[in-house]
Design a protein around this ligand. Sequence first.
Ligand SMILES: [Zn+2]
Length: 366
Amino acid sequence: MGYWHNNPMHTFFYPGHIEHDPAKIHRPDDAQWNRYYAEVAVRGQILHDAIQAANLGPITHPGDFGLSPIQDVHAHEMINLLQNAYEQMKLEMGREVAIPETFSLRPRSRRHHYSVFGQLGFYCFDTSSPIFAPTWNAAYWSVQTAVSATALLLANQAANMQTAVYALCRPPGHHAAADQFGGFCYLNNVAIAANWLVQQGQRVAILDVDYHHGNGTQEIFYGRSDVLFVSIHADPRYEYPYYWGFADEYGYGSGYGFNHNLPLPPGTQGPAYLSALIKALTHIRAFVPDTLLISLGVDTGQGDPTGTFLLETPDFFEMGRQIGSLGLPTAVIQEGGYRLDTLGQHVTAFLTGLQTASTPEISPRT
Ligand SMILES: [Zn+2]
């Protein structure tokens, strides 16, 4: 006879993220722009409150792992730009926000650009990641949130505790590549955490279940065999980020076979989504990772302003349960999810499903 030992799930959260709120800072009275800008700061508060209400476990401030995990993944010039673009834009143009005005269409030759627009056009691939005064700080701590979660995961593993950890990251990260940012993202939280884990000797699998393809994460690990990337997302022929995420992108060089995309048509419902998930888990099992990182976007939920999928709350619970059944130490990194009235319940359903499945059954000894 066994009983369920209720393992609490640790959440890392940086409250200062709230200062980075593009919808509020930039054109606060422009309803059209604000409808378009779905990545609002209140998302972080909603998720925090939902985790607290669901009583999943402690919520703590992330530790500071410094710049070096970021520098190990991203181009140093891009990091400098994210740190300095706001001030430089103010100085050069008198503007309070840094958004590109042109894009250096690739292939392009690499030069040092002195003007802020020249740099923005080089390192940014769209107009949805504006840089304001508080942006760098929020992006930096979003990374620390993800790295803190993976560090705790490692410590738990050493103590033979197979628990899941949640990184309540904001802004999200999976669209940010090594030297290009965009899509509400600045620094790639999950990729930095995965790379940090590799440096600690871990074999890492990343499963991206955000509605949009994680093009940045794919690009960062595309030539590598030490990190598996598997993504389920909307078919890029219909959806953002449009130019990445096709089923025939398997990786290159020694990374060939370590990238798997499972694009799904617009309007995908729970059952079809869950069968894609079963396929994704097959790839992960075959890779035999030490740890699993989940890029969790709940913009696959019905009625999300950025998506067309029709997942409902029980589907998120089932996703968590299926992923938890792998029995792997798992860190969940928050990505998208923009329908504010269901955001909290979708994420807590996923985490509860994961926790239910990954809680070890303990048999009392006599
Ligand atoms: Zn998304």
